[in-house]
Design a protein. Structure first.
Length: 464
């Protein structure tokens, strides 16, 4: 498991059993299984947990952690069953209830998750991870008052818990009804960072709140100070440019993308849970459905910037072969756990596409080209990677105005003008360009105006 600060810290809560004088064999194997699990060696861990269960039938810790592991490997139903069986043996086990809640939460079953966290708190009232998770699922169910009360309780219960301040800060910003809430979020992020000086997500969040408040110089200063302490870090470098404190790159640097999404991978789906309005995969899939033949598992489909694999189930019915490519190994690991792809690769998108000559019938890119400023090079590569008659589909954030423009914004993502998109597609050789306006997600509770783009590689001899 990564050493980074994880927003979903409770995903794998594996605790050592108490030492005993004469250690039975099953206990030694359990320790080894847990060590392998902690080290992310899931094959070994699974084999050893099963060995424990052979030595000691229905051993609750082995059942419980094997359940967590099955979920991590994309077998969530099996994971739920295993943890439920563990709870028959030890019904008052707060960690097991909490981990069961995490599986439900990550599968989008928020009500069930809530019940599990409440059970965890019934048997372990001091379980601050369970309380933090409860607050998150209340927020995701759009019950802000209850979520706020849970966050407040969390900070009383665990005043040193940096994550609690961070989550409350995000909650206040995302649900802000007035400027004071954004100001309070600034205080929360400062508190989080003060409690855990390596908690750099809190610094980034602090700067975004300052920028939102119009305190742009303070926002830039956060990144300048951060860069002074850590000059090679791509995150403050990119974000300083995003705040207007340095020149914007033509696209987000590979190191920035890798760093950002590797550390975001574990909480990505949770963030989307809270932001129920993230619709890019569904909207793009619907746009494609209007131009593709009825799904017949007959096309070669590439999910370009596949992230954790949210598009896979929507693309699968069309695909003879479904591949995903992404620069972030952490995101690809999650996509692999989720399943649904025939192949997954960790690679930079433009370079990858440039090596795929007429290989795909569909290239779909959901919420990924927002990390590209100038679109010409990547779209030319997509054109070359498509077979004649093939379709590219992607989403972008909208830059208003008539000019040909791509602008890096304080969020770290780019916005593109209509003219820039059309120009880049035409230059790349696409025809049948279809651009519609939609809102594909919210930022700070406000819908983000977006473009939904489809274009076709011509089916002439050159595919132009
Ligand atoms: C906001 S996520 C969207 C993921 C997924 N498409 C979805 O809709 O859930 C953006 C993804 O683009 C990937 N990405 C950004 N720039 C990239 C690049 N130059 N090459 C490959 N992947 C990139 C990131 O690693 C991240 O996983």
């Amino acid at each position: 498991m990564s050493k980074r600060v994880k927003r979903n810290a409770a995903s794998v809560l594996v605790r050592a059993p108490a030492a005993t004088v004469a250690v039975p064999a099953w206990r030694t194997v359990l320790q080894q299984a847990m060590q392998a699990h902690q080290a992310d060696d899931l094959d070994t861990a699974e084999r050893l947990y099963r060995e424990v269960l052979d030595l000691r039938v229905a051993q609750p810790d082995a059942l419980h952690y094997l359940g967590v592991l099955c979920h991590q490997r994309g077998r969530s139903d099996e994971g739920v069953e295993l943890i439920r069986t563990a709870l028959q043996g030890t019904p008052k086990h707060p960690d097991a209830h909490n981990n069961l809640g995490n599986i439900h939460k990550e599968c989008g079953r928020l009500r069930e998750a809530e019940c599990c966290y409440r059970k965890a708190l019934e048997y372990g009232p001091q379980h601050h991870n369970a309380l933090s998770n409860l607050a998150v699922v209340l927020e995701a169910q759009q019950r802000p008052q209850e979520a706020f009360e849970a966050y407040e309780k969390l900070l009383k219960l665990a005043p040193g818990f940096a994550q609690g301040y961070y989550l409350l800060g995000l909650f206040l910003r995302n649900n802000a009804q007035n400027i004071e809430h954004i100001e309070q979020s600034v205080n929360c992020f400062r508190e989080a960072y003060a409690r855990q000086p390596r908690f750099v997500q809190a610094l980034e969040a602090l700067s975004v709140s300052l920028y939102t408040l119009g305190r742009k110089e303070e926002a830039k200063q956060v990144y300048r100070d951060w860069l002074e302490r850590d000059p090679d870090n791509p995150v403050p470098r990119h974000m300083l440019a995003a705040c207007g404190g340095a020149e914007a790159p033509v696209r987000a640097d590979d190191d920035y993308v890798r760093d950002t999404f590797d550390s975001f991978a574990d909480s990505f789906d949770e963030q989307l849970l809270k932001n129920l309005d993230y619709r890019a995969p569904e909207v793009l899939a619907a746009a494609l459905a209007a131009v593709l033949p009825a799904p017949a598992a007959s096309l070669d489909v590439l999910d370009a910037g596949c992230g954790t694999g949210l598009c896979a189930p929507l693309l699968r019915p069309y695909a003879r072969q479904l591949a995903g490519v992404d620069l972030s190994g952490g995101m690809v690991r999650k996509a692999r756990q989720r399943g649904g792809y025939d192949a997954l690769e960790v690679a930079e998108l433009t370079a990858y596409l440039q090596q795929q000559c007429r290989a795909w019938d569909v290239v779909l890119s959901a919420d990924t080209l927002v990390y590209f400023g100038e679109l010409g090079v990547v779209l030319a590569a997509a054109h070359g990677a498509l077979r004649p008659g093939g379709w590219v589909a992607f989403s972008l954030e909208m830059e208003e105005g008539e000019e040909d423009r791509a602008t890096l914004t304080a969020s770290g993502r780019y916005r593109h003008s209509h003219c820039h998109v059309v120009h880049a597609l035409e230059q790349a050789g696409f025809d049948d360009i279809r651009i519609t306006e939609d809102s594909l997600r919210k930022e700070f509770g406000v819908p983000v105006r977006s473009w939904v783009v489809l274009a076709r590689r011509g089916d002439g001899p050159q595919g132009a």
